[in-house]
Design a binder for this molecule. Sequence first.
Ligand SMILES: *[C@@H]1O[C@H](CO)[C@@H](O)[C@H](O)[C@H]1NC(C)=O
Ligand SMILES: *[C@@H]1O[C@H](CO)[C@@H](O)[C@H](O)[C@H]1NC(C)=O
Ligand SMILES: *[C@@H]1O[C@H](CO)[C@@H](O)[C@H](O)[C@H]1NC(C)=O
Ligand SMILES: *[C@@H]1O[C@H](CO)[C@@H](O)[C@H](O)[C@H]1NC(C)=O
Ligand SMILES: *[C@@H]1O[C@H](CO)[C@@H](O)[C@H](O)[C@H]1NC(C)=O
Ligand SMILES: *[C@@H]1O[C@H](CO)[C@@H](O)[C@H](O)[C@H]1NC(C)=O
Ligand SMILES: *[C@@H]1O[C@H](CO)[C@@H](O)[C@H](O)[C@H]1NC(C)=O
Length: 323
Amino acid sequence: MGNMALRRSAQGVAKSNSIAVRSPISLSLVLLLCLALVDSSSAQVDPPVVKVSPSAITANTSEIVLLNCEYFANPASLTQVEWYRNDILVNVNDTTHYKGGNSENVALVIKSTEKEDIGNYSCQLSNNIGTGTSDHKINLDVQYAPSVEILMIPEGPVKESDESNVTLFCNVLDANPSVLTKVRWYANSTLLKELPDCEETREDLCHIDPSKLLLESIGRGFFYNYSCEGFNAAGWGPRSEDKELLVHYEPGPAALSHFPLVAVKKKSVTFSCSVDDPGFPESNRFRWLRGGRGPLQDIVTKDWTVEPVGLDSRTNYSLLRIQ
Ligand SMILES: *[C@@H]1O[C@H](CO)[C@@H](O)[C@H](O)[C@H]1NC(C)=O
Ligand SMILES: *[C@@H]1O[C@H](CO)[C@@H](O)[C@H](O)[C@H]1NC(C)=O
Ligand SMILES: *[C@@H]1O[C@H](CO)[C@@H](O)[C@H](O)[C@H]1NC(C)=O
Ligand SMILES: *[C@@H]1O[C@H](CO)[C@@H](O)[C@H](O)[C@H]1NC(C)=O
Ligand SMILES: *[C@@H]1O[C@H](CO)[C@@H](O)[C@H](O)[C@H]1NC(C)=O
Ligand SMILES: *[C@@H]1O[C@H](CO)[C@@H](O)[C@H](O)[C@H]1NC(C)=O
Ligand SMILES: *[C@@H]1O[C@H](CO)[C@@H](O)[C@H](O)[C@H]1NC(C)=O
């Protein structure tokens, strides 16, 4: 048993010897592995390397936008996450507008875009080794529909008899992009024309600046409140305020009536002047002529009572309306 035991222990020694014989190779392998590990970990113990994407985003207002921030860091746990818009710190604590942008969720979400969000975004991350900022930025463009006003040149009022021209301009107050690609023109809140009009065959209204409308040879038929609406890549904007194009024109022909219908001697007679088209601006000054002479200086009202009726009153009465 003792021999057996000795042999067993000799075998045991032999076994351990054989390991010992191979050990220099194993050791060098282990050493190499360890060196490699130390080497690679020393390369990663660095501030975060940060990259944002995409490089540009175009959105309309009221859209959700995701700003991505990828990084390599060791240690991987981030001690601080900051987003900058045009190099100004973004207040990600405003959770009504933003989501994420913190150490749990590095990517920044804008819940509903506004024009104030336009800008270049960068991401800055820190671990306990240091801080890294993205080299590139995300250029966020938020498009919004045009708000406009209407301008008239000349401002008016215009005299019908001048047969003058007026140009209407649909002027952009605020829009992104700022160029109007379509304009709707309104007169008294009713759609007059949408420009450009590529179906129109008589004139070329297809390749024109839609923000200009020329009114030629202005007459009373142009006497409206004008407004416009602009269109860009973000859609149609709200209609502008009304602007009145004042057209001055002469009154229509006057009609004369009198009461009583048959003039009675020694009784008074009232003459009345009526005009179907009162002209513009409407005037309540009338000019009376008597027997082709006149005008009578002191009578400027619509009605004129002559009393009493005598022979000398048997003249022709006529009137003129004063503009
Ligand atoms: C957001 O809130 C955290 C914690 O309340 C605070 O440390 C941080 O400074 C705030 N950030 C901003 C931009 O106000
Ligand atoms: C964002 O950066 C681009 C390119 O550098 C620049 O053209 C653009 O004006 C910047 N946008 C804003 C809002 O600063
Ligand atoms: C109005 O425009 C027409 C056509 O462009 C032109 O012939 C006319 O002379 C203009 N009228 C006035 C008063 O300028
Ligand atoms: C435009 O509206 C005004 C009142 O709002 C009215 O007096 C005028 O007659 C209208 N013009 C036309 C041509 O309908
Ligand atoms: C234009 O609008 C004003 C205010 O609503 C109104 O008083 C005026 O009569 C309108 N003019 C025309 C020509 O419709
Ligand atoms: C913005 O809105 C307009 C009009 O609704 C649409 O045609 C366009 O595709 C939208 N653009 C983007 C970037 O969502
Ligand atoms: C009144 O006018 C009519 C027609 O124009 C003319 O025949 C008549 O003689 C005139 N009467 C007087 C009193 O002038």
